[in-house]
Design a protein around this ligand. Structure first.
Ligand code: SF4
Length: 916
């Protein structure tokens, strides 16, 4: 088998923009490693890089174009999809004008060829686009005010720093190549300070963690500046000769004394003293700003106060110093290929308020939305309103990889390649290198690059000739400024090239401001208003919710299967206890905007006034924290003030909280009996947890003992496994389990049996189990009986989707049971028995990853029991299953969610019946 190594660059929404070496064995990508020749990356990449291979080959990845009709997805040809899109675009432009179409271009990937996406829409006539940002625009705008132009120190310049302040920057998670540089500072005896309300993973780099209250950082910066000024240790020459606004700034610094400033910042005075002392005694200090700082309405005041602290402490224009925020990732290209000059300026909508702005757009209304490299329904504030806006649009086109929140609302899904299947060029917002994107593998399935999609779409419009040029030609044009700096595209293919940018910006102490001087912040009235706002706590919602960058994922780049049942929210342990909450409890967060469920994690080292969660989870996977965030924009830079959300915390009321086993404070406990590693409970258990239940799992297949009575439990779930339901000798837990199933039902506590669990349930009620003549495997469409149509659990979940089968045993229905779903190869597919017991022969709980795993087991003959059935299934059957799997799994997941909710709700019904 041939083995190749391909030089390429990571394009994910990450400032590290790593140079990569992709190893390809045969035609399959097997390894992603850092390029040792990259001067910044030096051969190291994050764990997310290796896991990206799983993403490329994920069974959930959509690899064929699809149309949605109702809630059913249908695989179609590219021509069908593109004809439909072009037809709609023509019609909407003719009927309502081009601004009735919104092009939402996200920050998911920012490569050279992506400039042409907007060029395409400008050739079309100019459509409505977005302005503002969900990310770092506020910082850039603020630093533009202070410096005239935001220019950061080259990260390698920090190797000259005597000390470093990670001000809300979390390199261990979000910018890994900075971590060794921070360690180098520490190794040379310098201090590394972390300033962040949350103890992020980068606390491990720091000699001291200073934890201001969210939004209090400006006052910490002023306190440190005041201490430096009081000590007479300021850079007086810089302030007098190269800065403007000194009088106003000094008024600001002296508006409060140090103790008051520290109270406003929410830190002990000792913290401000340590920061000031570091800046005075360990020069030069590099101050690195993180993105959390941007997530406030008045974030510009904070960033400007920190910039000013850099000036006061003598760190501006100094090697090893600086206040660095980021780099312009579209900077090295010929910007004229955005095509903005082709048309008169068109309407733009504000990204932080995208839901509201789409809903409010009237002249003309937004009729069509086209989304690339973004998942706004998940990532923008007021996710509920964004979803409403997308539902209201008559036609939504989504280009991406997975059925995420935005894709789920689209009418057309266009499967996009990943950067490992594309040719392009990418610059960084975290350093000064531009890198090649070289296809390591052929496109998976029928995926196409965004460029190819627009290229083929353009053939359906009268501007085809202007757009339809090969990638290489476009790259030559767009990258002309890079070539002028001395690097041809051919040279770039060999590896990263350092752009012409200073190691130390403003070293000559001149600034591109009108006066040529650095501008010191001096907005006293605004700062006073911010101080007043910090003091106004709402007792019903005492926490600030910080949704920080996840460690395992890039924002919302994940699959359904990768989601925990609920997002985890960290809270100070003592505060949680005072609310009667324990670690692991399901909780409800509520803000003025809405509410969301989460799993509580307590920790001792957290400020009492914050809750910390990771951002990016999908709403449709039960992660809906952006539902809580107000959709407003920051005052400067049109950023998104996610961290303004004040929230309250309380126990999550469960669907079975009315059951006798659930106290008002303690969540109900569900007993889960597992029979094998391949069927642990999947979506069924996830949905139980989302409903507020705690699970007590018993691994019967490993000999764990069953409880003797149902006493402590609100419900019972019995999962599948390879055992025979009649094999009491090999599995002695079966007879007591049958008795337990009856006892739960007698008490009105719901019982669910899945696959083997259904066979055991049938046996518990007198049904007979037997081996079938053949294995039933794959997604099967069954029929609902008349009783099933009106069943209180099954009925509301209908229509019945195709459901996954993987069994060789079956059962005859017990005498008292009612058949709800009938199959052809195996008749008894779903039944109700007793008061509240349900058997599901099909695997309603599976996700795509589980099905892919089972398919592999069968295909490779890995399980002895099923080897004899391998020949029943040919390769074409496996190929078809793989193609349909993402959609079938998605539909099955929604069906399972409905069933679990209704099944669990029986506890309340039974409690009410008992009460009467
Ligand atoms: S996600 Fe970031 S750190 Fe990881 S490989 Fe990509 S650019 Fe590098």
């Amino acid at each position: 088998m041939s083995v190749r190594t391909v030089v390429t660059t990571c394009t994910r929404d990450c400032p590290n923009t790593c140079g990569l070496l992709a190893t390809v064995e045969g035609d399959r990508l097997t390894r992603l490693a850092g390029d040792p020749a990259h001067p910044f990356i030096k051969g190291k990449v994050c764990r997310k890089a290796m896991r990206y291979i799983e993403r490329v080959y994920s069974p959930e990845r959509i690899t064929r174009p699809m149309l949605r009709r109702g809630d059913q997805w249908e695989i179609v040809s590219w021509d069908t999809a593109l004809d439909l899109i072009a037809g709609r675009m023509h019609r909407i432009r003719d009927e309502s004008g081009p601004e009735a179409i919104l092009y939402y271009q996200g920050f998911g990937e920012r490569t050279a060829l992506k400039l042409l996406n907007k060029y395409f829409f400008n050739l079309f006539g100019g459509v409505t686009t977005m302005h503002g940002t969900l990310c770092g625009g506020t910082g850039q705008a603020s630093q533009n005010l202070d410096y005239g132009e935001r220019v950061s120190h080259d990260p390698l310049d920090h190797l000259h720093s005597a000390s470093m302040v990670l001000w809300a920057r979390n390199p261990v998670t979000t910018n890994i190549s900075l971590a060794p540089i921070a360690r180098d500072v520490a190794r040379r005896g310098g201090r590394v300070l972390l300033v962040d309300p949350a103890p992020t993973k980068s606390a491990s780099l720091a000699s001291r963690h200073i934890a201001p209250r969210p939004g209090g950082d400006a006052f910490l910066a002023l306190a440190a500046a005041r201490l430096i000024l009081d000590a007479g240790a300021e850079d007086r020459a810089f302030l007098e000769q190269h800065a403007e606004g000194l009088d106003g700034y000094l008024r600001l610094v002296h508006r409060w004394d140090v103790a008051e400033l520290c109270r406003l910042a929410g830190v002990p005075v000792a913290d401000a003293e340590h920061l000031a002392e570091t800046l005075m005694t360990q020069k030069p200090t590099s101050i690195l700003l993180g993105w959390g700082l941007h997530r406030h309405v008045q974030a510009h005041l904070t960033i400007r106060a920190i910039d000013a602290l850099g000036a006061v402490s003598g760190n501006i224009g100094v090697a090893g110093g600086g206040v660095s925020q980021g780099f312009e990732e579209y900077g090295p290209y010929d910007q004229h290929y955005w095509g903005d000059s082709l048309r008169p300026p068109r309407r733009t909508l504000l990204m932080p308020r995208v839901g509201e702005e789409i809903l409010a757009a009237t002249d003309p209304p937004i009729r069509m939305i086209y989304v690339t490299a973004a998942n706004p329904v998940c990532t923008a504030p007021r996710s509920d309103k964004v979803a409403q806006a997308f539902r209201q649009a008559e036609f939504v086109v989504y280009s991406g990889h997975f059925l995420d929140d935005t894709a789920a609302l689209a009418h057309v899904f266009l499967p996009a390649t990943t950067f490992l299947e594309e040719e392009d060029v990418v610059a960084s917002y975290g350093h000064n290198y531009v890198g090649p994107i070289t296809p390591a593998i052929a496109p998976v399935g029928q995926c196409k690059s965004e460029f190819r999609m627009f290229y083929e779409l353009a053939a359906r419009f009268d501007f085809a000739d202007q757009f339809r040029k090969p990638e290489a030609e476009w790259l030559e044009r767009i990258c002309a400024p890079i070539r002028q700096q001395g690097c041809s595209l051919e040279q770039l293919r060999q590896g990263a090239f350092r752009l012409d940018a200073p190691m130390v910006p403003f070293a000559d102490r001149t600034f591109p401001t009108p006066s040529g001087r650095f501008r010191l912040v001096g907005d006293l009235a605004e700062m006073e208003a911010m101080a007043d706002a910090l003091g106004a706590a709402d007792p019903a919602r005492p926490f600030r919710l910080l949704t920080i960058a996840p460690h395992r994922f890039i924002c919302s780049e994940r699959t359904m299967a990768e989601h925990e049942p609920l997002p985890e929210v960290q809270c100070n342990a003592a505060v949680a206890a005072s609310l009667g909450l324990e670690d692991g409890d399901a909780v409800r967060l509520h803000s003025a905007e809405g509410q969301a469920a989460a799993r509580l994690r307590t920790r001792e080292d957290l400020r009492p006034d914050i809750l910390v969660a990771e951002r990016g989870g999908w709403t449709r996977a039960g992660h809906d924290l952006n539902r809580l965030i107000k959709d407003v924009a920051s005052r400067v830079g049109n950023g998104t003030p996610y961290y303004e959300a004040t929230v309250g915390l309380e126990p999550l009321p469960s669907s079975c909280s009315g059951s006798p086993q659930a106290s008002p404070c303690r969540p109900p406990q569900v007993l889960v009996i597992q029979h094998g590693l391949h069927s642990l409970g999947g979506n069924f258990l996830k949905h139980l947890e989302q409903q507020g239940c705690r699970l007590h799992t018993v691994r019967a297949f490993e000999g764990e003992a069953l409880p003797h009575t149902p006493q402590d439990y609100a419900a019972l779930v019995v999962m599948g496994g390879p055992q025979h339901a009649w094999d009491d000798e090999a599995w002695p837990h079966i007879p007591p389990l049958l008795r337990l199933m009856r006892e739960f039902d007698a008490l009105g506590r719901p019982v669910a049996g899945v696959c083997l669990g259904a066979q055991l349930l049938a046996r518990a009620w007198g049904g007979e189990c037997f081996a079938m003549e053949a294995l039933e495997f794959g997604f099967v469409q069954h029929a609902v009986t008349e009783a099933g149509q009106v069943d209180p659990v099954l009925g509301p979940a209908l229509p019945l989707p195709r459901l996954m089968e993987f069994h060789q045993d079956s059962f005859r229905l017990p005498p008292e049971a009612t058949l709800l779903v009938r199959g052809e190869a195996c008749e008894a597919q779903c039944f109700r028995v007793g008061r509240v017991s349900y058997g599901f022969q099909f695997h309603l709980e599976v996700d795509a990853a589980t099905v892919a795993h089972w398919t592999r087991l069968l295909r490779e003959g890995a399980v002895e029991t099923y080897r004899q059935y391998r020949e029943q299934h040919d390769e074409a059957c496996f190929e078809t299953l793989a193609a349909e799997l993402p959609v079938l799994a998605d539909r099955g997941e929604r069906f399972c969610r409905e069933i679990v909710a209704r099944w669990l709700a029986q506890t309340q019904t039974q409690t009410q019946v008992q009460a009467h």
